[in-house]
Design a protein around this ligand. Sequence first.
Ligand SMILES: NC(=O)c1ccc[n+]([C@@H]2O[C@H](COP(=O)([O-])OP(=O)(O)OC[C@H]3O[C@@H](n4cnc5c(N)ncnc54)[C@H](OP(=O)(O)O)[C@@H]3O)[C@@H](O)[C@H]2O)c1
Length: 296
Amino acid sequence: MRLAVTGGKGQVVTALIERAGSRGHEIVPLARPEFDLAQIETIAPLLAASGAQAVISAAAYTAVDKAEAEPDLAFAVNAAGPGALAQAAAELGLPLVHLSTDYVFDGTKAAPYVETDPPHPLGVYGASKLAGEEAVLAAHPAGSAILRTSWVYSPFGANFVKTMLRLAGEREELGVVADQIGNPTSALDIADGVMSVAERLVADASAELRGVFHMTAAGETSWAGFAQEIFAHSARLGGPSARVQPIATAQYPTPASRPANSRLNCDKLARVHGVALQDWRSAIGPVVARLLAPTP
Ligand SMILES: NC(=O)c1ccc[n+]([C@@H]2O[C@H](COP(=O)([O-])OP(=O)(O)OC[C@H]3O[C@@H](n4cnc5c(N)ncnc54)[C@H](OP(=O)(O)O)[C@@H]3O)[C@@H](O)[C@H]2O)c1
């Protein structure tokens, strides 16, 4: 089927473009400058013209620290824009899969978060994404599935894996935060999960398939543990690696606070949609290998 996806060169939209063919789908990207979530009037006409059977809302203002200084833009792109997209999808009768984030939580829970836990964002990015969830569900309650994911990496765009490999080429030792834990998730696995959910929404109007779901890789680690795993794969492949010095969040101050516990419980997605992403440790190796491969 034809899937309209918001975003241009983002990690998830690029992964969707790469993976869609194997499932017999065609991706129609809705991207800047023509399609701009911050310019509401651009949204409905381009979605209508896409001829899509379902919509995937993968674009976002994702600069977590910069958002603290640009709240209006973050809320326009992450809340008002997705709300207008959901409204347009509802008017066209199209199901919508909207991506959201672990940063809607404050990280104080001792266990992985479930969908019914009360959100409490620590910063502007998380607050804008939470407002986006609310706007999507208000505009298109009978047709939307919100998928919260976390710690996204891929061979594309900007992400932690790329940053670690670059820094390992410059330094022998890196201080990496060890007191934030979460679920590193490959955008390629997110793409497969998103398409499974979209397929179900198109085929089945049941209310239980709609609403909020958590979708991350299985397994958990800290940023320091994630870095060590990246360097283990890289070293094995002859790429750069560095010693990881575990540090506390307080030793790496950033404009936006981040949750200490980002772990999401994904049982509901497995039970309702039959979707479970692979363990992060099995997903990371192929991504590191692609990043180290010489560009043709
Ligand atoms: N990255 C993470 O660690 C992470 C964690 C949890 C949840 N998420 C969520 O997962 C989803 C996908 O994230 P990602 O990692 O793929 O993000 P990304 O790599 O940062 O890409 C963001 C995408 O949004 C597009 N975009 C930004 N502003 C826009 C605007 N005003 N109008 C239209 N498009 C705009 C960008 O377009 P251009 O290509 O034109 O710049 C880009 O394609 C997002 O909803 C994000 O909130 C991400």
